[in-house]
Design a binder for this molecule. Sequence first.
Ligand code: GAP
Length: 456
Amino acid sequence: MPAKNIDELIALCKRRGFIFQSSEIYGGTQGLYDYGPLGVELKNNIKNSWWKSIVYERDDVEGLDASILTKPVVLKHSGHEETFTDPLIDCKKCNGRWRADHLESSSCSLTKKSVVDCNKKDLTDARPFNLMFKTNMGPIDDGSSFAYLRPETAQQIFTNFKNVVDSTSRMVPFGIAQMGKAFRNEITLKSFIFRVREFEQMELEYFVKPGEDEKSHKDWVETRLEWWTEQGVSKDSLELYDVPSDELAHYSKATVDIMYKFPHGLEELEGIANRTDFDLGSHSKDQDQLKLTAKVAENKNSNSKLALQDEGNKWFVPFVIEPSAGVDRAFLAILNESYFVEDIDGKERVVLKLKPHLSPIKAAVIPLKKNDKNLVTMAKNIKNTLQKLGMGRVLLENSGNIGKNYRRHDEVGTPICITVDFESLENETITVRDRDSMEQKRMSVDEVVNYFKETF
Ligand code: GAP
């Protein structure tokens, strides 16, 4: 599958209401995007598909929805305060700031050239820049009552480990899944929604006995690859990348990245890490060991023992395998994979061949003649019947121009269009048009209900 031009995707997103730049009427905000009427549907469908495969279709995973604001002690023990940094370089001449490892793809605002082509003596040495956003919490702003916006959804899964085990009586192997917002003050933004400052993650922390981690890691790589193909991402667009030891995150013993051929190049879509017992271990350490400052100690350390007892009543700290996917990157990859421009009798047809379960609109019901009372009433009834099946959004299109409606719904990936015409009023049959083949079939209203159930 050849990568598409990112500008075409951005234009489609804006034109059809998938994604807008945040605060656009005020000039936009870099690194922030808003999902519009169709974007929110596609995004929710991606998340629901993930939740269904990770939580509902398995017997060994519980869900969680924890707070975004996170007290500093959590992110101290997780290692984020110290190590969640990128190398930052300043230019003394233009005051620009860049990631040291992204200089080639960054351009100087004065010379408009790549930063590597600027005069090296103007650049400072690289220094660590922490990516976490801080915010004040509570009415007193004395610098000590702050919280972080979580940089990953994972940490509150670890801090809730004991709560989930106590309330569900789970024993390894089992997992805790969470989806939601994460925030990173990225130095270099990239390629539309690929690298942004506010994004969503779908993360599973899967706990296993030490020694069973490597097999579980392998199994999860396979399971996750299969999920991506079920979302319409072709195997040819995906590659696995064994992260070398000098690139591993501070918590990881081994990480396999699922890479996707984005329009701008091959990049990480999802990371699957073997986090060992690092996180449960660090959140279990006692106060003395952690040498907390007096101020943090007042807030109390997390001193619950995040461990389990085996069959012989011996305590052990579970190892954890973490498949961690970005929702926004999933959105971009799925959009890219499904976007086709076809030549139909010399006319261009843009079509999103989304898997039906991901389509923002499941069906459009179109009366042949705008505002014809009988046609519109019948179309409305069909719309309501299909809507009540609970498969997703069904739309009534009362603009009268069938051809234009077909094109519009091709562009936003609606799998079927249903046309109600004058024959429909006589014999209760309607025309069903398939998005991908453009074939039209005449069927009864009852048949369409079954067809709809089968498609979704
Ligand atoms: N808990 C592990 C973790 O957060 P990560 O590789 O830093 O690992 C996981 O992030 C996934 O989150 C990435 O594979 C990517 O899909 C997504 N992601 C990370 N940073 C992002 C950003 N700035 N913008 C959009 N998505 C991002």
